[in-house]
Design a protein. Structure first.
Length: 171
């Protein structure tokens, strides 16, 4: 099996339209109606945690963006959306992007990461189901997963997930 070289780079403003087109291709234009988008609406993503994956011909193969949220007034990263072009799925591109986000977020001092996804897939990266952390409805609670980047970062962190700018001091 031939390995294809993938170059990871931080997303730039010039990437925006191409990234949006890939998200639309992978998730359909109605993706912004999903409940997690309520947490992203009118909030800029965390620029240092938005990455592209391109092949040697500079073709966009995958992308990931991350957003600031709070749970119980605790700063948290909302990972996603992550998308890989349908013709490139199964090549490990999503895993490269996830590992990059975990590394970069840890280097930046973030304590925890949250996502909505399939536990069997994300468990290999260390994500576990979060009990008591509530995403906006109608999110299936079994798909609310978290990863502690610092020891015990999720201990006692329970409650609704909110935009970082909308949370009050009591969480």
């Amino acid at each position: 099996m031939q390995r294809i070289s993938i170059q990871l780079a931080r997303e730039t403003p010039d990437d925006w339209w191409e990234v949006e087109a890939l998200y639309d291709l992978c998730f359909a234009p109605g993706r912004t109606a999903l409940s997690s988008y309520r947490l992203r609406e009118d909030v800029p993503p965390i620029a240092e945690l938005c990455w592209t994956a391109r092949d040697p011909d500079y073709v966009l193969a995958g992308v990931v963006r991350c957003w600031p949220v709070k749970v119980a007034n605790q700063a948290t990263i909302l990972l996603g959306p992550i998308a890989v072009h349908p013709t490139r799925q199964g090549e490990g591109i999503a895993a490269l992007l996830i590992y990059k986000i975990i590394e970069a977020a840890s280097d930046l001092g973030w304590p925890r990461v949250l996502l909505v996804g399939d536990a069997p897939y994300y468990q290999r990266f260390g994500f576990q189901r979060l009990h008591g952390v509530k995403m906006p409805p109608p999110t299936n609670p079994d798909r609310v997963l978290g990863l502690a980047l610092k020891d015990a970062a999720w201990d006692g962190v329970r409650g609704p997930v909110c935009k970082a700018s909308d949370c009050n001091s009591t969480g």
